[in-house]
Design a protein around this ligand. Structure first.
Ligand code: DX5
Ligand code: ZN
Length: 240
């Protein structure tokens, strides 16, 4: 029986204070023990789980589908599941991921299909009771996303070309992030994804990011708790 989003105990993106949140990208986990890996990174201090959904068309890789998300929902009741849809036809997948128990769906501004219109897709996601995000790739001009900044709860700046974990962070996206963060209404989360690690997290936060996604830097760390805390950085008194 799918769990309705409003029944989840904790919706990290909307209910949490505006402190930096850390999302573990499950693409970096050991897939032979996915549920245990998810619980481990949450116990180590992550705020939410980031699930990279790839369709083999929008990006040259295949990863997670609704059944896998449903499995993680069973393993992790009450944990915010943020699905990053790197797919050409996002509207086709809203219902399956809602039923799977996702809390949040991010689509891409580059998905070019009549049924990928960002504003219409955001409305469908919200109608289903979830929050919506819009992602932009490193090579895409900021102008492409600006008309939609008020239509989403979250804006995702990709700091690698999407498709694979383990790539190097592209510092040139920081200027774009700063401009996007200045243009977005207050309360809209700014997320960074790709090569995020303790060494560049401060620059991401300074550019305005308040949701930092990491796969390799968390799952490959010897001490996951300390990696997560370094990525999060200092939490102000007002936020704690
Ligand atoms: C890339 C994915 C990322 C990726 C991050 O297409 O969207 O979420 O898993 O992996 P790292 O942190 O290893 O770059
Ligand atoms: Zn992602």
């Amino acid at each position: 029986m799918p769990v309705a989003p409003e029944q989840h105990l904790f919706r990290a993106l909307t209910d949490a204070p505006p402190t930096p949140l850390v999302a573990a990208s499950m693409l970096g986990a050991d897939f032979s023990r996915l549920g245990a890996e998810a619980l481990d990174v949450m116990q180590a201090g992550c705020d939410l789980l980031h699930l990279d959904v790839m369709d083999g068309h929008f990006v040259p890789n295949l990863t997670m589908g609704p059944d896998l998300v449903a499995g993680l929902r069973r393993a992790c009741p009450g944990i915010c599941l943020d699905a990053h849809l790197m797919v050409q036809h996002p509207q086709e997948f809203i219902e399956p991921f809602v039923h799977a128990g996702a809390d949040h769906l991010t689509i891409h501004v580059e998905a070019e299909h009549p049924q990928a219109d960002p504003r219409a897709t955001a409305e469908l996601i919200r109608k289903a009771g979830l929050t919506a995000g819009l992602a932009i790739n490193p090579g895409t001009d900021l102008e492409k996303i600006l008309p939609y900044v008020a239509d989403f709860e979250l804006l995702l700046v990709m700091s690698v070309q999407p498709g694979f974990a383990g790539q190097s962070f592209r510092p040139e996206v920081l200027a774009k992030t700063e401009a996007l963060s200045a243009a977005a209404p207050s309360g809209v989360r700014i997320q960074m994804d790709g090569g995020v690690a303790p060494v560049n997290a401060e620059a991401c936060r300074k550019a305005g990011c308040d949701v930092l996604v990491a796969a390799s830097a968390i799952f490959k760390a010897e001490d996951r708790r300390s990696a997560i805390e370094s990525i999060r950085g200092p939490v102000s008194q007002a936020d704690s």
